[in-house]
Structures are given as structure tokens and as C-alpha cells.
Design a protein around this ligand. Structure first.
Ligand SMILES: [Zn+2]
Length: 467
């Protein structure tokens, strides 16, 4: 931190001032927030609901906005109607450092318009400056923030030492084809770092009045497959034990009995430390001591499904198939399994756990569909540090720390090729607002959009701006 002026002798003040004047002036944040709300409103009105996605229309829309500011963008249509957008702001003082990607996805999930107060494709801005529409949070809102930041960096003529790339991709919600396409030509994109969806600021997450910003530094991988149970088929009129459906129920019970030990990832310990440091008092004392956390919070954290998913490798039976008629006992029935693994657990290790749980059961086997290991990016990284510092600067009630996400995003693929990817949407949300993601009445306030632009812009200046 720079020493306050009052503590410096007069001559030092005189030397210091001209440097400060030479630094680029900051944008008008209120105007930037209002512009972001307008950009988001228009973007939400472009229908990119997946399936089928239709991200070409979204990419073209973003390209038009950029063109109005004289920024060239590439629309990369890799399948009919499916496209990524790539726009590059070149470094004005290149240092050789790799580019930073501002990543978002263009597609949004479906919505049921009748359940919404303002239709999901309306982009309605209400009297309080709240922007309504499917994707306001997941994740056209962040896309609009990233777009605005690129526009501001260009307009302010900031002398960055590395390229900043706006990368908006298709198909995050279904098959990740967009990011995989971008990765197939990564030498042209050239990002060593990326910010993407992930953590958001959650009001009252651990303590009332406190906002916790987990920055997602890693994501769990997955093992997807089916448990198959086989047995002799027959007529429903005569119950005979040990047929396929009964075997499947036993398999389900065996998997449900899985009782994994918590894995205390260093990211979680660091996040709880930050929460404790902000909170202070006895809770703060405990949270800053990993041994006490493990001792006193284990039961609570393992008892809550959300935190349990963060602490463990999971096995989750998510559905059944195979039986059509009430009077027919089928020869084969199946259960879908969505198992998730922490970074550090290999898919093979977890498949072995699943097989072991099913080992004693006759006529039952696990069939693997697909798997991807989890991955993480370092916390000790200048981009992570810049994002965290700018979030903390937003208010004394804010605690910031790293986190491993139980779900995955496009970042899982970027980390596999060595990109340091950080999941952060710099909005402060209530739990009610969080539930609108993939739910009804998804919306975001102009205050949050303005905060998002300010945090991301300042973090990029801190990372790559004039020193
Ligand atoms: Zn998303």
C-alpha cells in the first residue's frame, strides 16, 4: 500500500504528486454502470436459448457493439448457428506477458415465461435500475461487464503491458463445444490467464452483515455412468426375489452408504481464514485456526449438502430407466450416476470406490459413460491477487478467499491446457437472487453491474497497467 501523504515529508509529496497526475484518469463509474445496464438489456433480448443455442446472433450482436467503438472482432462460426466471438485489445507497451481472457458464454438455459414478472427475453430495466432476463446472472451479465471493461480500456487509452481478449463462447450449458473450439486454436488467442463465471459475493453467507466472495480457483471433475442391474425377466403377477429391479435398489443403497472423509483443501482453509479475519471475535479466532476448524466445524460442514459437496468426492444416483410396463419384470434396469471428484482424486481412483461399493452385489455392474478430472489454478498468482484486492477495496464488510467449486464451467477445460482460470462474477447477491440462476425472474441491479465493471477494470490496471 502507498504511504498516506500526511506521513511523508513535504519534498516527497512534491515528487509523488506528478506521478499520480500522469496515471490515467478513472472512468465515470456511474455512467459506466448505466451503459452496462443498457448493453445487457440489448444482449438479453438476443435469443440464445440452448438448445439450440443460436449463439451466432449473440456473437454478431457483440461484434456490432464493439465495431461502434472501432474495435474489430472475429465471429467464429464453427457449426451452423453456433459461434464464438474473439476481440483483442493489443498491448500498447508489450512486456511479453501472456494475454488475459475475459471469458463468458453466450448461451442461456430455457425459461418458462408465464412464471416471470418481466419476460425472460425482455431485457426490461425497472425503475430501480434492475435488468431482467434469462442470463442476467448466468452469464450475459458478466459478459456485458467484460464488454464494458474492454470498451473503457480502449476509450481511456490505457497503456497495458499485455493483450486483453474478450472471449464469448457458445454451448457452455450443454456440451462445451465453444470453449473446446477456442482451445483448438489457442495459439492465436494466447491467454495465460482468464476470468470466467464462478464465485459471486454472497450476502450473509456465514455471518450477518458480512459479504463473502469466494473466487473459484478450482473445480471438481466428474465420473458419469450407469449402474446396470440384470436378472431373470418374468411376469409381474408373481413376485420372485432377486430380479433386476430389486438388485438395482440394493445397488442404490450400497452407493448411498458411501461415507467419504472430508478433504480439507488449502483453498477452503484460506477462505475460512479470510472470513475469520474480517469477522473478528471468537468465531474469527476459530476460523483462523485450521486445527480448530477441523475439530469444531466438521459436523456442521459435513451435515450441509452444499459444503459436504465441497469437502468430499461424491456419488449421486440421479435417475432410473429400463422398466416400461407394470406387469413385466425387465431383464435389465439402469440408474444414472453423477459422481464428482475433487482436484487430486483421479477418475480411476473414484471408479474403484464405486466398484468396491457394488462388489458384493450379484448381477450389478458400473458402466462408465465419460469422465474428466478436476483441476485448480494457483492462489499465488498476480491476477488472483489483483482481483482479490479490488474486491476487498469495495467495502470493509467483504471477505475474499479462494474456493473449489462443486460444479464445473468452461474453466475446467482451460486449466487442462495450463491457463490460470479464476471464477468470479463481482456481484453481491442474496440467496434469493442466487436461486434465480436457471430459475424464475433472473435479474441483476445496475449497482452490481457498476461494481463488476469497477472491480474488473481496476484489477486489470493493477495487473497490466502503467506501474
Ligand atoms: Zn454459466
Amino acid at each position: 500500500m502507498r504511504a498516506p501523504l500526511a506521513t511523508l515529508p513535504f519534498w516527497a509529496t512534491a515528487l509523488w504528486l506528478p506521478v499520480a497526475v500522469a496515471a490515467p484518469a478513472e472512468p465515470d463509474w456511474a455512467a459506466a454502470g448505466a451503459e452496462t445496464a443498457r448493453l445487457l438489456s440489448a444482449y438479453l433480448q438476443v435469443d440464445t436459448t440452448a438448445p439450440p443455442g443460436g449463439e451466432l446472433a449473440g456473437a454478431r450482436h457483440l461484434a456490432e457493439v464493439l465495431a461502434a467503438d472501432g474495435i474489430l472482432a472475429e465471429v467464429d462460426e464453427f457449426a451452423p448457428g453456433r459461434a464464438n466471438l474473439v476481440a483483442r485489445l493489443p498491448a500498447r507497451r508489450p512486456s511479453g506477458a501472456g494475454a488475459v481472457c475475459l471469458l463468458s458464454h453466450i448461451d442461456v438455459v430455457t425459461a418458462v415465461p408465464a412464471r416471470w414478472d418481466h419476460p425472460p427475453l425482455s431485457g426490461h430495466i425497472d425503475a430501480d435500475g434492475v435488468v431482467w432476463g434469462r442470463g442476467a446472472l448466468d452469464m450475459k451479465g458478466m459478459g456485458a461487464v467484460e464488454l464494458e471493461v474492454l470498451l473503457l480500456l480502449a476509450r481511456q487509452g490505457v497503456e497495458l503491458d499485455r493483450d486483453v481478449v474478450l472471449l464469448a463462447v457458445a454451448d457452455e450449458e450443454v456440451d462445451n463445444q465453444g470453449i473446446l473450439r477456442a482451445i483448438s486454436r489457442w495459439e492465436q488467442i494466447g491467454c495465460t490467464h482468464a476470468v470466467n463465471e464462478g464465485g459471486v459475493g454472497i450476502q450473509d453467507m456465514f455471518f450477518e452483515g458480512q459479504v463473502v466472495f469466494p473466487i473459484s480457483v478450482g473445480e471438481k471433475g466428474y465420473v458419469w455412468g450407469q449402474v446396470v442391474a440384470e436378472g431373470e425377466p418374468g411376469h409381474g403377477s408373481t413376485p420372485i426375489p432377486d430380479r433386476a429391479p430389486e438388485r438395482l435398489v440394493r445397488a442404490w443403497e450400497a452407493l448411498a452408504a458411501h461415507d467419504p472423509k472430508p478433504h480439507w483443501d488449502p483453498a477452503l482453509i484460506t477462505l475460512l481464514d479470510a472470513v475469520g479475519a474480517q469477522r473478528g471475535g471468537l468465531p474469527g479466532f476459530i476460523l483462523q485456526r485450521p486445527a480448530l476448524v477441523r475439530l469444531l466445524l466438521r459436523r456442521k460442514l459435513m451435515g450441509n449438502p452444499l459444503t459436504r459437496a465441497v469437502l468430499t468426492d461424491t456419488i449421486h444416483v440421479t435417475g432410473f430407466s429400463g422398466a416400461e410396463m407394470p406387469n413385466v419384470v425387465p431383464a435389465e434396469v439402469r440408474a444414472n450416476v453423477d459422481a464428482r471428484i475433487l482436484p487430486g482424486t483421479t477418475p480411476d481412483q473414484h471408479i474403484a470406490v464405486i466398484n468396491e461399493l457394488l462388489d458384493d452385489l450379484e448381477g450389478v455392474r458400473f458402466e462408465l459413460r465419460s469422465t474428466t478430472p478436476g483441476g485448480s489454478s494457483p492462489v499465488d498468482d498476480p491476477f488472483y491477487a489483483a482481483l482479490a484486492a479490488q474486491l476487498e477495496a469495495e467495502g470493509a464488510q467483504i471477505a475474499v478467499g479462494p474456493a473449489i467449486s462443486p460444479g464445473f464451467t468452461d474453466s475446467i477445460h482451460l486449466r487442462r491446457i495450463g491457463v490460470h482460470a479464476y471464477g468470479l462474477v463481482p456481484f453481491i447477491l442474496t440467496e434469493e437472487e442466487l436461486r434465480t440462476m436457471h430459475g424464475d425472474n433472473e435479474r441483476v441491479s445496475t449497482t452490481n453491474l457498476e461494481r463488476g465493471v469497477r472491480v474488473l477494470y481496476r484489477a486489470l490496471i493493477a495487473l497490466a497497467g502503467p506501474k
